[in-house]
Design a protein around this ligand. Structure first.
Ligand SMILES: NC(=O)c1ccc[n+]([C@@H]2O[C@H](COP(=O)([O-])OP(=O)(O)OC[C@H]3O[C@@H](n4cnc5c(N)ncnc54)[C@H](OP(=O)(O)O)[C@@H]3O)[C@@H](O)[C@H]2O)c1
Length: 262
């Protein structure tokens, strides 16, 4: 990996955006080509270093999407669905690593369409551990069968706006592929539990970067498979790995499982 890759980030002012700026500044494999802020943000024009308490980068924060796309080999996006869709509209082929979560079904279809001409990794969780968990939790559901109830529990920091998390939903979608299981689309929890219905439980609080558990409850035993992110740099490092992997790929929609080769 001797080539220096030019990587841009969106949502530069956000928790993940700032973490990524620091990760990229320390990487020998890439350099920060641009950092996008919301149009009209007064920070536009200021040096990127001032945003993350680092010495000047010699690079200004930008609110110009077309400039950001033009100067970059790949873009990493951790923002909000509406901002991601806007980025896609202006993008005619720059590879994109999308870490944003909370897309509607219709918005996901727009991303799938865009992936016909752009290489895109779309993942609600860039950690290697969660990619492994997705694979293993399906095998466990197959082994237990629908006599066991499955619940997915997630907890995140108080600032997270979508619920259940994109990771919890995608774990649920993987599990729902196992015969005998389906996603519970009822929000009403009164009455007996429906056989095979996968349910979600959500908590928000403090600074928790991301906890996910899949709980298999039988009549006489309970088994819990858990993943805990200890630090947001986990997601930033995974996103960087995915972005570097993405650069020489053909247009298409890829997952974190593709990136880690599982
Ligand atoms: N895939 C993963 O592994 C992973 C890990 C962590 C988080 N996430 C997801 O990544 C996303 C960002 O997380 P975060 O914790 O960094 O959130 P955050 O701290 O709230 O940051 C969101 C960023 O998006 C920008 N933004 C919001 N709306 C915008 C708009 N309409 N146009 C342009 N920019 C806009 C914000 O700009 P302003 O400052 O101007 O509002 C901010 O820079 C969320 O969807 C989160 O669930 C994914």
């Amino acid at each position: 990996m001797s080539k220096i890759n030019k990587i841009a980030i969106t949502g530069a002012t956000g928790r993940m955006g700032q973490r990524l700026i620091r990760e990229i500044s320390q990487s020998p494999h890439c350099e920060l080509s641009a950092a996008l802020v919301r149009p009209g943000n007064p920070l536009a024009g200021q040096d990127v270093g001032s945003l993350v308490d680092l010495p000047p980068f010699g690079l200004e924060l930008s609110d110009d999407i077309s400039h950001v796309l033009r100067v970059s080999d790949v873009v990493i996006d951790f923002s909000r669905p509406e901002a991601t869709l806007k980025l896609l509209k202006e993008n005619s082929g720059t590879p994109l690593m999308i870490g944003t979560s909370g897309f509607t079904q219709e918005q996901r279809e727009q991303i799938t369409q865009a992936a016909l001409s752009i290489p895109i990794v779309l993942t609600s969780n860039t950690s290697v551990g969660v990619a492994v968990m997705k694979k293993v939790c399906k095998e466990m559901a197959q082994a237990f069968g629908a006599d066991y109830d499955i619940d997915i529990f997630e907890m995140h920091h108080r600032g997270k706006v979508d619920a259940p998390s994109g990771t919890a939903i995608s774990l649920g979608q993987s599990l729902a592929q196992v015969p005998g299981f389906h996603l519970n689309d009822h929000t009403d929890r009164s009455g007996p539990r429906e056989k095979g219905a996968i349910e979600f439980a959500v908590a928000r609080g403090g600074g928790v970067p991301g906890d996910h558990s899949v709980i298999y409850a039988g009549e006489k035993e309970v088994l819990t498979l858990s993943h805990r992110a200890l630090d947001r740099s986990l997601f930033a490092q995974g996103a960087l790995r995915a972005a570097l992997w993405l650069q020489d790929k053909e247009p298409g929609l890829y997952s974190m499982e593709d990136v880690i080769g599982s």
